[in-house]
Design a protein around this ligand. Sequence first.
Ligand SMILES: C[S@@+](CC[C@H](N)C(=O)[O-])C[C@H]1O[C@@H](n2cnc3c(N)ncnc32)[C@H](O)[C@@H]1O
Length: 254
Amino acid sequence: MEIRSYAQSLQRSRAARDDSRRPDSFRLRGREWTLLPDVFAPPYTTSTDAAMELLGFHEAHQLARHGSFLEIGCGTGVIAVNAALGGCERVLATDINPLAVRNTALNAKRHGVADRVCAQQSDLFDDLDPHARFDTVYWHSNFVLAPSDYRYTSLHEQAYVDPGYAAHRRYLDQAPLWTTKGGRALLQFSNRGDLESLSALADETERELSIVRSLHVEEGQDTIEYLLIEIARRDTSSPRPQRAGAATSSRQGS
Ligand SMILES: C[S@@+](CC[C@H](N)C(=O)[O-])C[C@H]1O[C@@H](n2cnc3c(N)ncnc32)[C@H](O)[C@@H]1O
């Protein structure tokens, strides 16, 4: 089946959510993490581990070593907690799924960073303090495109697919507005997503996309390419480059 199939992604969501052997904790990168029901479950995917790699946690090339970090869509909180453990002084972890917010608070406590990681429910930026700004804004998104009229049948599905890329459009539009001066707005995407549609949305919202890092991972029969994409405001004073049909620019790493 085609790698970008939303039906296949929904099937993966159901398999992870309804597995009778779904664990209530899991091990990732040397630590034990609590996993609540209906929360995006890292043991069933390579994408959370890829996020750790792309963000460079545990390595010299860590992208967010200091300052403030906003994670949209925190799930179990693995990334938010690692940002705090890696040196970020203030981490705000948000999710539209209230169980994910609870799950993140539990893991922040479990790993001794509850004083630096605040977990809050929000639909993207809608419920955040409008004056807050962050050195890094990051979303490991539900990057698979579903038809615009698709209606979620569980909270869990919302971690996998985005109908009509409505949430991605809002994220591209808003994420650069929440960074400090010199801060970065980042999106973790993959070849399961539709990069051409994302690029078209970037044009509509006057954003520039550049691929900061990429990573290939084997997952069953599929080779997934994970991308860490930076979103910047387009400089509207200079002529627009012709769109090549996909986000392109400097790639570092492999
Ligand atoms: C692919 S999961 C990533 C979870 C976690 N960060 C990880 O890496 O394991 C995407 C997350 O985005 C959340 N999400 C989806 N739509 C959202 C929205 N509109 N606002 C906030 N969070 C959203 C989902 O609930 C899910 O937890």
